[in-house]
Design a protein around this ligand. Structure first.
Ligand SMILES: [Zn+2]
Length: 405
């Protein structure tokens, strides 16, 4: 149950002013969800009620009724309450002042609960619990631990260190969802082999949408609790592998359109590497700040596995055809964008040079997100050009150099 001491709702502001004190309790789980201050003078215990318990006190009654063995304390408490209610039954319409007060308290709790979800304040890095400490160059503007999904999703519309991270990939996700729908509904006559081509390009859109949606979801619920943050960070890393694997499919399909054997071999290799990256990202240590460089290295390495098929293509087709027909220029630009993003992410640039100045906008993770969306868009553009070239050239391979079909 929510508790109100001193009859104030806005004392979290006083606490913050008084040294960043911030305490959340989640008593429904029988433990303190997070405590980032020694100051326990908390007039509102925002999550005093278990979220799974819709009516708090009355739910407790229902549960007690179903459990045959009660503790002595429970029995004593219930006995008192029964006595109170018995005497109360003599009141007007069965709604005694005591019951009325009880219902009023429940309504008040509901109101305070709703109020709290919109009333949290950002906190400095040094008072964050360890599981929320990721980047110590971002000094202020962090969300406190908020063990409520509703509060996390409402925080999308507030300004804090994750706002830019959430919106860059939320909007990116929407962009690729729209592009994907438009592309999939293009008339079949615009393709040489509509089904095959739509499946190949669809894999890219699927990878991009999965990556971006896992990412914005992770950044949204990151502050919920240690367990939730861990699960979603694994999804976030897996999403990057899906994007890279999905990007390879249409590119290999069109680049090796007339030599399916190397196409399948390269596809198989990138899938094995991608699944390995997903597997390693399921380990708990992988998400820790110390492994930031390793994480960047794993995904850059996965992307760079495209160097082998690129060299294969350049050697077999020649540099001129590779840059015109093969869209190597766009591919190179995409790789540059991704690698730049990964380097900024790993080195935490620019906040490393301006600690506390990039807390909300333009910190490395945000720039990395923007570069990922830009890289994926450049890849889409390159793949569209490859598709157009195939449509112009037609489905036959006999006239093409090195044609295997
Ligand atoms: Zn991210």
């Amino acid at each position: 149950m929510l508790r109100i001491r001193e009859g104030k709702l806005d004392t979290d502001e006083h606490r913050e002013e008084g040294g960043g004190a911030f305490v959340l309790r989640h008593r429904g789980h029988g433990q303190s969800a997070a405590s980032v201050s020694n100051d326990d003078h908390c007039p509102i215990s925002p999550h005093g009620r278990d979220e799974t318990t819709p009516t708090g006190h009355s739910q407790q009654h229902a549960q007690n009724g179903n459990v045959p063995e009660k503790t002595a304390l429970d029995g004593e408490e219930e006995g008192k309450e029964e006595e109170e209610e018995k005497s109360a039954d003599e009141g007007f319409m069965g709604m005694t002042p005591l019951l009325q007060a009880h219902h009023a308290m429940e309504r008040m709790e509901e109101f305070v609960h709703k109020m709290w979800e919109g009333r949290w304040r950002v906190i400095p890095h040094d008072v964050l619990p360890d599981w929320l400490k990721d980047n110590d160059y971002l000094l202020h503007g962090h969300r406190p631990p908020m063990p409520s999904f509703r509060a996390c999703f409402r925080s999308i519309f507030r300004i804090h260190t994750e706002t830019g991270n959430i919106w860059t990939h939320l909007l990116g996700c929407f962009l690729f969802l729209c592009l994907g729908i438009v592309y999939m509904f293009r008339p079949n006559m615009s393709f040489v082999a509509p089904l095959q081509e739509k499946v190949a390009i669809g894999m890219f859109f699927l990878g991009a949408i999965l990556c971006l949606s896992f990412s914005w979801l992770f950044h949204t619920v990151y502050c919920h609790s240690e367990g939730v943050s861990r699960v979603f960070s694994k999804l976030d890393y897996s999403g990057i592998a899906f994007l890279i694997m999905g990007s390879f499919v249409p590119w290999l399909y069109y680049s090796f359109y007339c030599s399916p054997q190397p196409c399948f071999i390269y596809l198989f290799v990138v899938c094995v590497l991608g699944v390995s990256a997903i597997t390693v990202s399921q380990c708990d240590f992988f998400a820790t700040p110390q492994y930031r460089g390793v994480r960047a290295g794993v995904f850059v390495g996965l992307g760079l596995s495209g160097v082998v098929p690129s060299l294969h293509f350049v050697i077999s087709e020649g540099l001129l055809r590779a840059t015109t027909m093969g869209q190597m220029g766009w591919l190179l630009l995409m790789a540059t964008l991704y690698i730049t993003g990964a380097c900024l992410y790993a080195a935490r640039i620019p906040e490393r040079f301006f600690p506390g100045k990039c807390d909300i906008w333009f910190h490395s993770h945000q720039l990395f997100h923007i570069l990922v969306v830009a890289g994926a868009f450049v890849h889409f553009h390159g793949v569209s050009n490859l598709q157009e070239f195939r449509y112009t050239a037609g489905g036959g391979c006999a006239a093409e150099e090195g044609g295997a079909l």
